[in-house]
Design a protein around this ligand. Structure first.
Ligand code: SAM
Length: 297
């Protein structure tokens, strides 16, 4: 087991640079142990397991690493923080870097730590696709990581999420990268509601990012399920795209195959120029669960 961890980490050594210190270090079965995942955030580790108990040999390995390690149970309640396992506790948020961009990380803000590391390549793609002066809408934005990348490329961004604390976090992420958040827009509320509203107002964006949770309930109790509602989401987003614009459509829904996700997305589009399937970052050696499509309209 020690060797599996050491090998996995050493395989990823060239991805850990002065520009990137947030990364998946161990990816379950892809690195030899099913349902065990290890992520680093500025040299602080989070180990995730599906089982309620952490195997003894893994616990011993982590405790001898000299790192601060927190443990996340993957089936736990969304509001639970990861549990402190060893090393000096991290009671305050801190900064981690990815591709030269600063992100505020917290081990005290519930199930997720502030950035979804599996979207690393997509954040780079957004940053490359954006032209100065573009308008970009980041829906289901969480802490606004995509907005930060678009803003750094010169876009005026609109960051949309149901949660005010996440919108505030997105503003802090902008500040951490010397972006004046007062020059950008932040919308609290349901993505479906806002997309309809933007369409009615004739508001258009050069790019829209769609990365919804698999299941959600908006503030009025309306349910969204990726498997049944993604085509409607695409149709609403497409109605708000400026000529020659694009949509980045993602889902981590394990029930949907890439083929079915493609079909669902196409069902929502009256027309498109091209659809390109995007791969996951190379350190995700296990299940390829994140499906992403780049849609040129
Ligand atoms: C999976 S996270 C999105 C991750 C984000 N795209 C990223 O890469 O950082 C889901 C986010 O969607 C938000 N959310 C859930 N349902 C929503 C809805 N109906 N409208 C807007 N935001 C919603 C949640 O508050 C949460 O921040």
């Amino acid at each position: 087991m020690d060797t599996l961890f050491t090998n996995a980490i050493s395989k990823r050594k060239n991805l850990l640079t002065s520009q990137t210190d947030a990364l998946r270090l161990f990816d379950g079965i892809g690195d030899g142990i099913e349902d065990i995942f290890l992520e680093t955030f500025a040299d602080h580790w989070v180990i995730s397991t599906r089982e309620n108990n952490l195997p003894r040999d893994i616990e011993m390995h982590l405790k001898s690493s000299g790192k601060t390690v927190y443990w996340k149970h993957l089936n736990q309640h969304q509001k639970d923080n990861p549990a402190h396992l060893c090393g000096p506790p991290l009671d305050q948020p801190f900064i981690a870097k990815e591709s030269g961009v600063n992100y505020r990380i917290s081990f005290q803000s519930g199930y997720s730590q502030g950035i979804f590391l599996d979207q690393r390549h997509n954040r780079i793609r957004v940053r490359k696709a954006v032209k100065p002066g573009d308008t970009i809408l980041n829906t289901f934005a969480y802490t606004g990581a995509f907005s930060v990348c678009a803003a750094l490329a010169g876009a005026t961004t609109t960051t949309l999420d149901l949660s005010q604390p996440y919108l505030d976090w997105a503003k802090q992420n902008m500040q951490q990268n010397d972006i004046d958040h007062t020059q950008h827009y932040f919308c609290k509320g349901d993505t479906f509601h806002w997309l309809k509203r933007f369409a009615k107002q004739g508001r258009k964006f050069n790019g829209i990012i769609l990365d919804p949770p698999t299941f959600s309930r908006d503030d009025k109790g309306k349910v969204f399920r990726v498997e049944t509602h993604y085509d409607q989401l695409i149709a609403l987003a497409a109605a708000c795209i400026a000529p020659d614009g694009w949509i980045l459509a993602s889902t981590n829904c394990r029930k949907l195959t890439s083929y079915d996700f493609n079909l669902l997305v196409k069902r929502g589009l009256a027309s498109y120029k091209s659809i390109t399937e995007l791969d996951m970052p190379e350190e995700y050696t296990g299940e390829s669960y994140l499906k992403s499509l780049w849609i040129s309209l």
